[in-house]
Design a protein around this ligand. Sequence first.
Ligand SMILES: *[C@@H]1O[C@H](CO)[C@@H](O)[C@H](O)[C@H]1NC(C)=O
Ligand SMILES: *[C@@H]1O[C@H](CO)[C@@H](O)[C@H](O)[C@H]1NC(C)=O
Ligand SMILES: *[C@@H]1O[C@H](CO)[C@@H](O)[C@H](O)[C@H]1NC(C)=O
Ligand SMILES: *[C@@H]1O[C@H](CO)[C@@H](O)[C@H](O)[C@H]1NC(C)=O
Ligand SMILES: *[C@@H]1O[C@H](CO)[C@@H](O)[C@H](O)[C@H]1NC(C)=O
Ligand SMILES: *[C@@H]1O[C@H](CO)[C@@H](O)[C@H](O)[C@H]1NC(C)=O
Ligand SMILES: *[C@@H]1O[C@H](CO)[C@@H](O)[C@H](O)[C@H]1NC(C)=O
Ligand SMILES: *[C@@H]1O[C@H](CO)[C@@H](O)[C@H](O)[C@H]1NC(C)=O
Ligand SMILES: *[C@@H]1O[C@H](CO)[C@@H](O)[C@H](O)[C@H]1NC(C)=O
Ligand SMILES: *[C@@H]1O[C@H](CO)[C@@H](O)[C@H](O)[C@H]1NC(C)=O
Ligand SMILES: *[C@@H]1O[C@H](CO)[C@@H](O)[C@H](O)[C@H]1NC(C)=O
Ligand SMILES: *[C@@H]1O[C@H](CO)[C@@H](O)[C@H](O)[C@H]1NC(C)=O
Ligand SMILES: [Cu+2]
Length: 576
Amino acid sequence: MTTFSLSKGFMRTLMFVTAIFLIGGISEVNASATRHYTFNITLQNVTRLCHTKTMVTVNGQFPGPRIFAREGDRLLIKVINHVPNNISIHWHGIRQLRSGWADGPAYITQCPIQTGQSYLYNFTIVGQRGTLWWHAHISWLRSTLYGPMVILPKLGVPYPFAKPYKEVPIIFGEWFNADPEAIISQAIQTGGGPNVSDAYTINGLPGPLYNCSAKDTFKLKVKPGKTYLLRLINAALNDELFFSIANHTLTIVDADAVYVKPFQTNTLLITPGQTTNVLLKTHSNFPNATFLMMARPYATGQGTFDNSTVAGILEYEHPSKVHLKKLPLFKPTLPSLNDTSFATNFSSKLRSLANAQYPANVQKNIDKHFLFTVGLGTSPCNQNQTCQGPNGTRFAASISNISFVQPTTALLQSHFIGKSNGVYSPDFPYSPNWFNYTGNPPNNTKVGNGTKLMVLPFNTSVELIMQDTSILGVESHPLHLHGFNFFVVGQGFGNFDPNKDPKNFNLVDPVERNTVGVPSGGWVAIRFFADNPGVWFMHCHLEVHTSWGLKMAWLVLDGKLPNQKLLPPPTDLPKC
Ligand SMILES: *[C@@H]1O[C@H](CO)[C@@H](O)[C@H](O)[C@H]1NC(C)=O
Ligand SMILES: *[C@@H]1O[C@H](CO)[C@@H](O)[C@H](O)[C@H]1NC(C)=O
Ligand SMILES: *[C@@H]1O[C@H](CO)[C@@H](O)[C@H](O)[C@H]1NC(C)=O
Ligand SMILES: *[C@@H]1O[C@H](CO)[C@@H](O)[C@H](O)[C@H]1NC(C)=O
Ligand SMILES: *[C@@H]1O[C@H](CO)[C@@H](O)[C@H](O)[C@H]1NC(C)=O
Ligand SMILES: *[C@@H]1O[C@H](CO)[C@@H](O)[C@H](O)[C@H]1NC(C)=O
Ligand SMILES: *[C@@H]1O[C@H](CO)[C@@H](O)[C@H](O)[C@H]1NC(C)=O
Ligand SMILES: *[C@@H]1O[C@H](CO)[C@@H](O)[C@H](O)[C@H]1NC(C)=O
Ligand SMILES: *[C@@H]1O[C@H](CO)[C@@H](O)[C@H](O)[C@H]1NC(C)=O
Ligand SMILES: *[C@@H]1O[C@H](CO)[C@@H](O)[C@H](O)[C@H]1NC(C)=O
Ligand SMILES: *[C@@H]1O[C@H](CO)[C@@H](O)[C@H](O)[C@H]1NC(C)=O
Ligand SMILES: *[C@@H]1O[C@H](CO)[C@@H](O)[C@H](O)[C@H]1NC(C)=O
Ligand SMILES: [Cu+2]
């Protein structure tokens, strides 16, 4: 048993509040181990855009601490709740093989950790390496409770690309001048859309394009002629983001902690919940210039959104002290805010590496085919209340027209102890009544509701079509599946055609990931193998849509063999 500590190569320089983070040689993270972390959930005053607010943090840090591990490691993370809110933490993208109790979504796999209580998250990282992240999984607390998980390959196993000189986690977030918990609770009460954020952030810093924020700028200092590995994470609450660095090309090498066939691009798109590793090759000579890296949203819905831009600075270190401030500053050109053709083109370039060492084991014989609609809708206003949703209703969202009703106890525990009556029903509707999903919207926008689970026998091979609808407007929805990676075998616009579209599926090298954007006004086809017993949440990673009910859960039953069964819960599992 060893305890990992930040190594000497890990440096943190503070210039005003401008922070630079670099990871040194990866060999400094020692071989396979059990790694211990303590997450003390505390309140901390943090100032951005000249607004100081008291926020929920891990160990007083914003963004939260980084977790470093290697493939094969066991992680033991003790979360102690010292704030008034209920807390749970999700390890986003971790497969959690037979360790569903550690997955984290509140009321799905665990009751939340109450004030004064603690819970030890205990899981092993099996067959995964790359960048993932952790975040709170209750209400909107993930707006301040998030951080990177850097999973290195096993010691001695190289990357399938040249070893980078340095590695840099870059985590995008959203800053609200107000308390996000108050924003979402007010929206739920009124039925209207929640207020949007005031800024985007890079590693917690909004950068120079906002008022009163120039000193809070992420700055990456680089040397000429080197390759840097940027570990990008979109932790924003409600917005997909375009990202680009002026005068530099990025090589995408990984998506959601799975290697991809490398390709070059000036701009990338990353949805909330997604991660991607990219190589940044610096100019071979000192360029006599400084460069901005910028991110701003890709937005397809009808609602208002934060249309601002976060910027960081890429600065070349020069041996002789040139006046860096006097150098010309170049800005990248980002796609327009609604550039769906960029989104389509970019996602079509993502292919699994699919070589002998990292094969793409795409499911070929499908046991169960499902089509779920995903989209918005309305639910009726309470009597005597005036609601601020469409035509005096409340905004809602659904999968297969079921707006998920959060239970008051955890689904996984109800399943495990065999007491599901009154908690959930195992009758999630797998196929909606056909309508012209992406045509003129139906005049009835009302959604159904319930706590319904889709039950899968152990080792079911699943194909799922997720079909966007035009109800209240088409929109891209980044759907995230817990407990599994899936292959994205096809996507298209309009209505999925079961006779025509499967002929074009890519079963050779489809990208394998845990979060995929359902195209605005289109569909996506994914395949996964249900080899992990437990209750697995699936939801839109736009938090506002999740709050409106765009979520459901799969129940994967135990297999016959002893090693195919969910283990009993840990003794410190929180109670509701
Ligand atoms: C956690 O933070 C609280 C409040 O700051 C402090 O009282 C407590 O000692 C901390 N616990 C640990 C284990 O660090
Ligand atoms: C935050 O600032 C307020 C006002 O100055 C102060 O009362 C409070 O104790 C501070 N909270 C923390 C956690 O530092
Ligand atoms: C973590 O889980 C493993 C597998 O269930 C178990 O053997 C081990 O005792 C647990 N560790 C702790 C500290 O609870
Ligand atoms: C950066 O790109 C712009 C626009 O393409 C170009 O005009 C400029 O010369 C480039 N600057 C450097 C330092 O490469
Ligand atoms: C670098 O740029 C500055 C300002 O534009 C200019 O004065 C200087 O001559 C340039 N140096 C070189 C080596 O190009
Ligand atoms: C952002 O939205 C505001 C308010 O709707 C608008 O005035 C502004 O022009 C927009 N900015 C951009 C860059 O689209
Ligand atoms: C995208 O936005 C531009 C400018 O705001 C607008 O002219 C155009 O119609 C929009 N395109 C789509 C497909 O909505
Ligand atoms: C609605 O208001 C009426 C008249 O004020 C009252 O009689 C009724 O009980 C109210 N209904 C509900 C559900 O609050
Ligand atoms: C709201 O009502 C108007 C007029 O009755 C109707 O045209 C429109 O479709 C309704 N919108 C929604 C979202 O129900
Ligand atoms: C669905 O609606 C679209 C747009 O109104 C229309 O072009 C298309 O023909 C419709 N499809 C079917 C199968 O009715
Ligand atoms: C909704 O559409 C149906 C079928 O097109 C029609 O019969 C019905 O009258 C419409 N309802 C309203 C409220 O417009
Ligand atoms: C579920 O739907 C029923 C029937 O429309 C409605 O009365 C109830 O309020 C809904 N529940 C929730 C939590 O939205
Ligand atoms: Cu969504």
